[in-house]
Design a protein around this ligand. Structure first.
Ligand code: SF4
Length: 365
């Protein structure tokens, strides 16, 4: 792919209007293009047959609707799909499609690799390769939807998005917000911010900024330890923004919550490390000190051979949950999805899994 070409998937309708104007085309072409790119989810100008052929050729010289290529695609026994893709500069991007009873969820990446060094996460071992562009974020959703339902086919029950793939979304703040604006357009993908959850390891200034953002997505905080001592070890970002600073930012964020909205704390359960009843009491004390109306997701750790942790047993997790409940805190145990294909939380590390079925890539419905 030529880096000089404009990547149209990350442009809003008004930005496309500017592009089309520069191109010497009438304004209605912008709406046509946006419809083809976002509503019909087409990734090739030649498929946009409502555009004159000479225009398609001119467009292809100057712009591209698609920059990601799907390298492999894995399907878990639980139906979860992991798409391993490459950027134009050959960096890995991973997206996970999670079928659910009520509404399917797409977990997308905001960076290739990740600069944070969470000790229980495989992605951390890649380091930061590059922050993704808005177009690359939108394209992940388009590719995942086309793969799951077929090109141009409406998701039957709508789609939820979670920015919980590779990378720290708050370090990709501008492209992420741009992508969310593009995807919210009702003439395109029409996935509104209310259907999107952004998870952060605790980039405090961005939590505050998100609180003041109009039409913002929901927020989840990856916590995973109730004390600074333990969190410094598990999530080194804690040394920069320790728990009290993080909690104060959460408290400020709380003021921006709408009726019925709560934010979420994610807590990865690591066997014998952060999962004792005493840890649960410390967690309850921390959250109750700030009187935070949050829900807590307890996530059994997803093991990998190069990570020095094991998942907590279900009995341990249930006991942890009971201690929290006794202190008035609501916790939910998250069922691990796609573990067998390295698609689960903290497992995205551009793995090519040989032992599982690798299916041909679906091109068209
Ligand atoms: S858990 Fe998230 S923030 Fe931490 S290293 Fe992994 S991808 Fe980065």
């Amino acid at each position: 792919m030529n880096e000089e070409k404009a990547h149209l998937a990350g442009l809003s309708l008004s930005e496309l209007a500017d592009f089309v104007k520069e191109f010497g085309e009438p304004p209605f072409r912008a709406r046509q293009l946006f419809h083809n790119l976002q509503a019909r989810r087409l990734r090739d100008f030649d498929e946009m047959t409502d555009l004159p052929k000479p225009l398609r050729a001119r467009l292809a010289d100057r712009a591209t609707p698609a920059t990601l290529t799907v390298e492999s695609r894995y399907i878990s026994e639980d139906g979860t799909r992991r798409l391993l893709m490459r950027t134009h500069d050959n960096l890995p991007v991973e997206t996970v499609f999670i079928p659910e009873e009520r509404r399917d969820t797409i977990c997308f990446s905001s960076q290739s690799g990740c600069p944070l060094k969470c000790d229980f996460c495989l992605t951390a071992q890649l380091g930061l390769l590059r922050t993704l562009t808005a177009g690359e974020i939108v394209e992940q959703i388009i590719i995942a939807l086309n793969d799951a339902y077929g090109v141009s086919v409406e998701p039957p029950r709508g789609t939820n998005l979670v920015a919980m793939g590779a990378g720290e979304p708050m370090l990709a703040f501008e492209p992420l917000m741009q992508a969310l604006r593009v995807m919210a357009d009702k003439e395109g993908l029409f996935i509104v911010p209310n259907r999107v959850t952004v998870s952060t390891a605790g980039v405090v200034p961005r939590i505050r900024e998100l609180a003041t953002t109009l039409d913002r997505p929901h927020l989840a905080i990856s916590l995973s330890a109730p004390t600074n001592e333990l969190r410094d070890r598990l999530m080194p970002i804690n040394k920069r923004w320790p728990l009290d600073e993080l909690m104060r930012a959460c408290k400020d964020f709380e003021k921006s919550l709408k009726a019925g909205e709560r934010f979420t704390f994610e807590y990865v359960m690591l066997d014998g490390v952060n999962d004792s009843d005493e840890h649960a009491r410390q967690l309850a004390k921390l959250l109750n000190r700030y009187n935070l109306k949050a829900k807590i997701n307890l996530i059994p750790h997803n093991p990998a051979e190069s990570l020095p942790y094991l998942p907590s047993s279900m009995e341990r997790i249930e006991s942890f949950k009971r201690v929290l409940a006794a202190k008035g805190l609501h916790a939910f145990v998250r069922r691990p999805r796609g573990r067998d294909i390295y698609a689960a939380c903290g497992q995205l590390a551009a793995r090519r899994v040989n032992a599982i079925t690798q299916l041909p890539i679906v091109q068209r419905a």
